[in-house]
Design a protein around this ligand. Structure first.
Ligand SMILES: [Zn+2]
Length: 399
């Protein structure tokens, strides 16, 4: 059956579809992805999927394509996004950003890798599975979405929140060079404010300087928190980190500043939470200014997304590993350095792995590209994984 499904993959059609998608400039912001979603819906429908296009806005739409088997079988969801980041300075590109030119065995263009290569491989894997006619026990649900590049609340977040998709396993396509990512870091933004007492700058003893107070906080974070985070390691993820990425304070050149604020971009590992991260920073900051009367600290979390980890030996993890071996490669288990739409699926308890074609280092850069071989390999990988998880086991055939 594996051969039957692989034979149903038309390589030229796969690459032509990728080019067609890259030629649609679905830049986010503003995030209008109607045309790219229409192409995906049409391709899926033409192979026998039922499709449902939904969205919180008219422009930021998502398609859920379902290839249903018996109602009792498991549900495997694919997910990838069609929105792309802006192109930056066009002069920096040697291939036109929406030309989808082919050179050196690569397709070039904005979104070629991030994330239209994954979209293409998932849609075409679904199409191949449908065309192969292999009878299914479970359902394959191909979700192609908007808004990933601005957080995904209108894309993957929307379709999960509104109940448009439910699954037993999820494969999110992002640039992993077809390695299997079983974990992903989360992020918490923490705003630290120091309040002092204002006064005339000519009489500094009359006030309490909030900027000087913040200097104590920053020193404490660097000397106490940074080394602590470096020790918070994880099998598949880089250690936890924090970056002070913004600072503001003071009101006028000749006034003692009574407030100062920093933004701490805290990347978190599995097990860390918004509460634990906020409490840790609050404790250090309060201690740092405790010796100065008149200083007060306020710490508030701003945005957060959880880190998550899925079992590589779950059914979907094993199916991906076996499919990789079937294609002649030893599977590599790893973690994803940044965030993906997996964050919208994993909290439901659905094992969610991130696998897709493309090099992460080319995403969001001029002359973004993806290797044609990698796109075809991903298409085979997704198709074989879906087959392993969803094919009927009672020997029924359509032949
Ligand atoms: Zn992406």
């Amino acid at each position: 059956m594996a051969e039957r499904v692989l034979k149903a993959i038309d390589q030229d059609e796969v690459i032509a579809f990728l080019q067609e998608l890259v030629r649609v400039p679905s830049i986010n912001p503003p995030g209008d992805v109607r045309e790219a979603i229409r192409l995906c819906a049409e391709k899926l429908a033409s192979a026998g999927f039922t499709t449902n296009t939904v969205g919180a806005t008219a422009e930021q739409v998502n398609v859920i394509g379902t290839l249903a088997g018996l109602a009792t079988g498991p549900r495997l969801a694919f997910n990838a996004h069609v929105d792309v980041v802006p192109i930056g300075e066009e002069a920096a590109w040697s291939h036109p950003p929406f030309g989808a030119e082919i050179a050196n065995g690569r397709v070039y263009g904005r979104g070629a890798g991030d994330d239209k290569a994954s979209v293409t491989a998932q849609v075409m894997a679904g199409v191949a599975l449908a065309r192969s006619g292999v009878p299914l026990e479970g359902a394959l649900i191909v979700t192609t979405v908007a808004d990933e590049e601005t957080g995904g609340l209108l894309g993957a977040g929307y379709i999960v929140r509104e109940g448009h998709v439910a699954a037993d396993f999820v494969i999110v396509g992002e640039q992993t060079m077809n390695q299997i990512c079983v974990a992903e870091r989360g992020a918490v933004g923490v705003i630290v404010k120091v309040f002092g007492v204002t006064g005339h700058a000519a009489a500094p003893w009359e006030g309490v300087n909030a900027i000087e107070g913040m200097a104590r906080v920053i020193t404490a974070l660097r000397e106490e928190l940074w080394p602590l985070l470096a020790k918070r390691t994880h099998r598949y993820l880089p250690a936890s980190t924090a970056t002070i990425s913004m600072i503001s304070g003071g009101v006028k050149t000749n006034v003692i500043p009574d407030s100062c604020e920093i933004y701490v971009d805290r990347r978190i590992s599995v097990g860390e939470t918004e509460e634990s991260v906020t409490a840790e920073i609050r404790m250090l900051a309060e201690r740092a200014v405790a010796a100065v009367a008149g200083l007060r600290i306020e710490v508030t979390p701003k945005v957060s997304r959880m880190a998550h980890e899925s079992d590589p030996d779950s059914l979907v993890g094993r199916a991906l590993q076996e499919a990789t071996r079937f294609l002649g490669k030893e599977p590599v288990l790893t973690g994803f350095f940044a965030g993906t739409d997996a964050k919208h699926f994993a909290p439901n308890g659905w094992p969610t792995l991130v696998v897709g074609p493309g090099q992460p280092s080319t995403a969001h850069t001029p002359d973004e590209w993806v290797g044609i071989d990698e796109v075809l390999e991903a298409t085979r990988l997704y198709a074989l994984t879906a087959l392993a998880l969803l094919a009927r086991r009672d020997g029924a055939t359509n032949e």
